[in-house]
Design a protein. Structure first.
Length: 119
């Protein structure tokens, strides 16, 4: 069984930065791909960023150049560095562990962490 625990969310002003962390239990972290999803009120959940086992990364167009996903296999942790935050980045952010075979497919979900961008 895999457990994912997110941290690092909060309230930040437009233009500010936050770093989300996600610690994973279990022994499959280094063999897995990881992804961050978000869901804003009234909107569908979307994949924001994913990092494949070999370190390749994928981003949704709206965050390219502002967000960076990274992983530390020694700590079983994945990060999402978010810079130049905008009000439209406000959402609940979910950490996931999954597979990547051309597209990212999540298998396990964290509980989510709220990110609010507002002045």
């Amino acid at each position: 069984q895999v457990q994912l625990v997110e941290s690092g969310g909060g309230l930040v002003q437009p233009g500010g930065s936050l770093r989300l962390s996600c610690a994973a239990s279990g022994s499959i972290f280094s063999r897995s791909s990881m992804g961050w999803y978000r869901q804003a009120p009234g909107k569908e959940r979307e994949l924001v960023a994913a990092i494949v086992r070999d370190g390749r990364t994928k981003y949704v167009d709206s965050v390219k150049g502002r967000f960076t996903i990274s992983r530390d296999n020694g700590k079983n942790t994945v990060y999402l560095q978010m810079n130049s935050l905008k009000p439209e980045d406000t959402a609940v952010y979910y950490c996931t562990l999954g597979t990547y075979l051309g597209n990212y497919a999540p298998q396990y979900w964290g509980q989510g962490t709220q990110v609010t961008v507002s002045s």
